[in-house]
Write a protein that binds this ligand. Structure first.
Ligand code: 6PG
Length: 235
């Protein structure tokens, strides 16, 4: 069953409180055993309220977390379009400089070079599978940077690919992207989809129906046999 739980909230604040509680609880399981916990986060604008609440809940434990990005726009971490910048700011990571953060940006590299470097780093860090992965969804049915018409959509959504990150160019994306491939997303111990608003709910319901996966690439995640998605939605 692709959707393990569909959690509906009356307000976006309530959702943010509940999802940040849940993520903090899951990461805490690993701290309790003395291990490092790991999380890969999506960017965009929807996660900001969750991250604002999650930072204080994790507190100093952030230094025992391996943070990664599900996808990134190929811009420097100082750029306002950077997912890394957004996530660091909203979590308050600057107060915990010892935390590990897998950046997907590499100076003087194009998206392809940056994806290759991130692939090598994540392999070397031996952080797979992630304890938690969070996804968002665009109104075109993309998730991560699996965009309709993306030049690397087939490679990135191949359930057997050995690549952990791939570059992606797509008509619906402003700049070249770097995306996590499907296998490290599908293998997450806990996988969340956070969406808000009636329009995204209708698109998600459409994605659950039959139809070509490449038209609504979130279907590649929904149809992966190992995926048990926990959906968080508020209107
Ligand atoms: C990004 C993403 C992307 C995002 C959706 C939803 O870099 O944009 O990580 O996959 O989750 O585009 O974005 P919004 O939350 O801004 O609607």
């Amino acid at each position: 069953m692709p959707v393990e739980a569909f959690n509906k909230f009356e307000s976006r604040d309530q959702l943010a409180e509940a999802l940040s509680d849940r993520i903090a609880e899951l990461l805490d399981l690993d701290f309790a055993s003395g291990a490092f916990a790991s999380i890969a986060l999506s960017g965009g604008s929807t996660p900001k309220g969750v991250l604002d609440r999650l930072g204080p809940k994790l507190g100093a434990n952030m230094e025992m977390i391996y943070f990664a990005l599900v996808d990134e726009r190929n811009v420097s971490p100082e750029d306002d379009r950077s997912n890394e910048k957004m996530i660091r700011n909203h979590l308050g990571l600057q107060q915990h400089p010892a935390s590990e953060f897998l950046s997907l940006y590499a100076e003087n590299q194009d998206a392809s070079g940056a994806a290759e470097l991130a692939h090598g780093k994540l392999l070397a860090d031996e952080e797979l599978p992630f304890d938690v992965v969070t996804l968002g969804m665009g109104t075109d049915g993309h998730t991560a940077s699996f965009f309709p018409g993306g030049d690397n959509l087939n490679a990135a959504t191949d359930p057997d690919t050995e690549k952990l990150f791939l570059p992606m160019l797509a008509p619906g994306a402003k700049e070249p992207r770097i995306t996590m491939a499907l296998p490290p997303i599908a293998s997450a111990k806990s996988l969340f989809l956070h969406i808000e608003g009636d329009e995204k709910l209708a698109i998600f319901e459409e994605a659950l129906k039959d139809g070509p996966a490449d038209d609504m690439p979130i279907r590649h995640v929904l149809r992966h046999p190992d995926v048990n998605l926990q959906v968080y939605w508020a209107g």
